[in-house]
Design a protein around this ligand. Sequence first.
Ligand SMILES: Cc1cc2nc3c(=O)[nH]c(=O)nc-3n(C[C@H](O)[C@H](O)[C@H](O)COP(=O)(O)OP(=O)(O)OC[C@H]3O[C@@H](n4cnc5c(N)ncnc54)[C@H](O)[C@@H]3O)c2cc1C
Length: 361
Amino acid sequence: METTAATPLRELTTLRLGGPAARLVEAGDEDAVVAAVRRADRAGEPLLVLAGGSNVVVADEGFPGTVLRIATRGVAERPGADGRVRLEVQAGEPWDPFVARCVDAGLAGVECLSGIPGSVGATPIQNVGAYGQEVAETIRGVRVLDRARGEVAELDPAACGFSYRSSAFKRAPGRWIVLAVRFELVRSAVSAPIRYAELARRLDVPVGARAPLGDVRAAVLALRRGKGMVIDPADPDSVSAGSFFTNPVLDADAFAALERRVARRLGDGVRPPAFPDSGGHVKTSAAWLIERAGFARGHGDPRGIAISDKHTLALTNRGAGTTAELVALAREIAGGVRDAFGVELVPEPVFVGHAWNAQPA
Ligand SMILES: Cc1cc2nc3c(=O)[nH]c(=O)nc-3n(C[C@H](O)[C@H](O)[C@H](O)COP(=O)(O)OP(=O)(O)OC[C@H]3O[C@@H](n4cnc5c(N)ncnc54)[C@H](O)[C@@H]3O)c2cc1C
C-alpha cells in the first residue's frame, strides 16, 4: 500500500507527535520490504522505517522522505535441543501478543518483557529490556537487509553488538533493516530467575526465585499499568515514548564524584541508587536524579507536554503539545540534572528529522 499525500506521522506514534511524511509505504511481506528499501535507496530518498512508533520523537516539520511501515506477520516454531524451542518471528509482528503467546505455550525467557508496545523487529534495535530481562538473552539471530552491501544477511548475536539499551543497529542507524528475529526459549512452566527486586516483592518470592509464567506476566502488567507504561487509551500518562532517558552507566570515578555531589547537595548519608555490573561500571537511576534535581511528576503544561503523573522518566503529550515543546522540557530536565549532579542524561528514543544535541534555533 502506498500513499503519496502528506501523512501526519503523529497518527503513527504513541507520543501523538510529528509532522508529515512525504510518502508512506506499507509492506506486508519480506519481498515488499526489500523492494521498498531498494527503490528508496536507488532514488536517493531519505528512508525511515517505522513499526509501532513507540520509540521515536518525530520533528514537527515531519520527515522529507519515504516512511516504510513494516507490517509483516508470521511466527514459525520448531523444536531445539534440551527442551528449547526456536521461534522465527517476522519483524512486523506486534511484540506483546508474541509474549502472551509464549507465556500461554509454556515458553520461558520473555515473560518479564510483557506489556512493552511496538513490534518484534524493533526489539533488537535498543535491546529492549525491563524488570531484569532483555531480548539479547534469548535472541539467537536476526535476518536483515544490509543496505551497505545491498544484500539479505543473517547476523549472529555477536554481530548484533547488544549492550544496555543499545546495539549495532542503534549505533549505525539505518544500515540494517530487520526482517525477522530468531529467539530460543525454554519449555518451562516457570519463569527465568526473577532478578528485579520490585517484581520479586510483587510476586512475593525472593530475588533469584522462579515463578509461574502467567503470574510473572500478570505481575509485570500490573506494575507497568501503575506507572502508565502500558498503552491505554483511557490513561493520558501512557501517551509517551516510554522512558525518555536511559539510566546513566558510570565508571567508578564518575560514580564516586556523583556520590560526593549527592552528599553535598542532599546531605551526608544520602546515596544515589547503585547497580554495579561485572565490568566495574555502576548503573544509577535517571528517575532518582531527575526527582532530586527538583522535577516532580506532573511538571510541565497540563494541556501540553508534561512529566507523567505516574512515572518521572516518561514525558507525555496531554494533547496540545508539540515536539519542540517536548524537546525543550527534556533539555530543561537534562540541564537540571547536569547542574545538580554533573551527570549527562541520554535520551532513549530515536530522534527523527532533528537531533538531541542540536542547539535550539
Ligand atoms: C508506554 C511505553 C512503554 C515502553 N516501555 C519500554 C520498556 O519497558 N523497555 C524498553 O526497552 N522499551 C520500552 N518502550 C519503548 C518501545 O516500546 C520499544 O523500544 C519498542 O521496541 C519500539 O518498537 P516500535 O515497533 O514501536 O519501534 P518504532 O518506534 O517504530 O521504531 C523505533 C526505532 O527502531 C527502528 N525500527 C523499527 N523497526 C525496525 C526494523 N524492522 N528494522 C530496522 N529498524 C527498525 C525505527 O527506524 C526507529 O529508529 C516503551 C514505549 C512506550 C510508549
